[in-house]
Write a protein that binds this ligand. Sequence first.
Ligand code: AMP
Length: 192
Amino acid sequence: MQFIFLGPPGAGKGTQAGILADHWQVPHISTGDILRTAIAGKTSLGIQARTHVEAGELVPDVLIMALIRERFGESDMKQGWILDGFPRTLAQAQALDELLAIFRQPHPQAIYFEVSTENLVNRMLARGRQDDTAATIRRRLAVYQADTTPLIDFYKKRECLITIDGNRPPDAVTQTLQEALLVNQSSHLAQV
Ligand code: AMP
């Protein structure tokens, strides 16, 4: 199982990716978590990423691709994975395609979490992360709209996008995801 969790900040991607990765025993790769750890540890990546993350801007593609390339080189990536918060730009999606070809990995299934702006803002304010101030939230939503929403069409055209109603309570979303992923798994197996 190879999945991309796509959707705005605050959509619940991280929560759901955590639950499903645990259940399916595959790595949950959150570029946001990797960046936060790097920033806290003041690593070279962290130092370069910090101002972008704090301003609610995207970290440059070249830095993100370097960390993703390194992560794909690890042995636990062979049995499947869930990418959460990556790709976030068309350039990242294209670079991911190239990387998957190099590592001889199949095309992933994209799951798009659709959530109303009101719910997104309320959820982000409630979780109170350091980059969850009112101004940064506004900026992150604008950046999402401009840079990440084109990916919805990108994966839709490829006929590998499943849209999930992320407005519902987390348990209901998990159940829908489990069902959708199982159907996806079995239809994929049927094609092999
Ligand atoms: P997240 O936890 O996914 O909301 O990410 C937190 C922040 O990390 C974002 O607001 C960006 O500044 C940065 N970030 C995470 N993933 C990416 C990515 N794929 N491309 C660029 N910046 C990213």
